[in-house]
Every structure is written in C-alpha cells, then in structure tokens.
Design a protein around this ligand. Sequence first.
Ligand code: FES
Length: 107
Amino acid sequence: MQNHVHNWIDVAAEEDCVEGHAIEVLVEGELIAVFHDQGQWYAMDGMCAHQGGPIAQGHVADGCVTCPWHGWQYELSTGIQTINRQPLQKTYAVRAIDGRVEIDMNS
Ligand code: FES
C-alpha cells in the first residue's frame, strides 16, 4: 500500500481567516475557499458546482456552507451536496501550523 505524502502549500496567515468565516485563495491556478469553523479547517473548490458562485461568501452553519447565489448547500468536510447527497464540490486537505494555513492540492 502506498502512503500519500502531503505536499503542503502555504496559502494564508491563520489570522487572515477568522473563525466562522472563509477566505478565497488562488492555489496553482485554482480558486479555493478556506473555512475556519468551530476550531476546524476546511478547504474546497471556491466555485460552486452549480453555476460557479463564490462559495467562500456563503453562510456557514452546522458544518455546511450555503452558496450565496442559489442556495446549494455543501458539507464542509466532504463537499457533499446536502439535497442529492452527491460529492459535487471538491475538497482538499488543509492544516494550520505555526500561524500559517497550508493546503494539499493533491489530496
Ligand atoms: S451557483 Fe451556487 S447555488 Fe447556484
């Protein structure tokens, strides 16, 4: 079995992503929404799978984000759309370490 070796990319300062909010970062040409919610970090495709809405500007509650454009809702940890239960939104491994936020784009 092959272990996945993380390739962490520094994307932001931890203090730039306030608890309960999200920021947008551009990583390797991809727009990523980074969430800091209830002490956990999450990262997902920053463009909604529906029509490309800005996911980072969505309302966060109960571990889910609601797209501000038409209300599609995704689980932060899985990218699963809560109505049809399909994993429509790509998610990435993310961690906060030494005051920096890092994402693994290959995860
Ligand atoms: S673009 Fe996100 S719900 Fe339509």
